[in-house]
Design a protein around this ligand. Structure first.
Ligand SMILES: [Zn+2]
Length: 133
């Protein structure tokens, strides 16, 4: 078993391995296969294609191309996860802080709640405005 793992490790040298895009392809493949079972069986081929693509990416030796694909994927994916994590923070702190945007530059700001009308100075553009918190 140990020798097998060593051989596998050697064989994987210089190959792409798993990255975020591969994991995403596998997850989407699983979801599609679930839909295939529930709704429309030929969709199963779409999930097979996604699995094959994921395997191709894992074993690919063209690292530059695979990294470029993964970066392109992360460029789209990161803002989505950041938006969700911001919503979670905003919800968790909803009793302590009021969140709002600077009316001039759109920067997201927060201020402790319950202080009535306060004068806000934006950290980025230094615009001043009055806000009820
Ligand atoms: Zn501003």
């Amino acid at each position: 078993m140990y020798q097998f793992l060593q051989k596998l490790q050697y064989w994987m040298m210089g190959r792409n391995g798993t990255d975020q895009l591969t994991v995403a392809a596998l997850i989407v493949g699983l979801i599609v296969s679930l839909f295939a079972q529930l709704l429309f069986w030929p969709l199963i081929f779409v999930s097979y294609l996604l699995y094959i693509w994921a395997l191709f990416r894992v074993f690919s030796r063209n690292l530059a191309a695979r990294q470029k694909e993964n970066q392109a994927f992360l460029k789209v994916w990161r803002p989505i996860t950041q938006w969700f994590s911001f919503q979670r923070t905003k919800f968790r702190e909803r009793k302590q802080y009021k969140y709002f945007k600077c009316p001039h530059c759109g920067l997201k700001l927060r201020a402790p709640r319950g202080r009535g009308k306060i004068q806000v100075t934006c950290q980025r553009c230094h615009a001043q405005f009055v806000k009820r918190v």
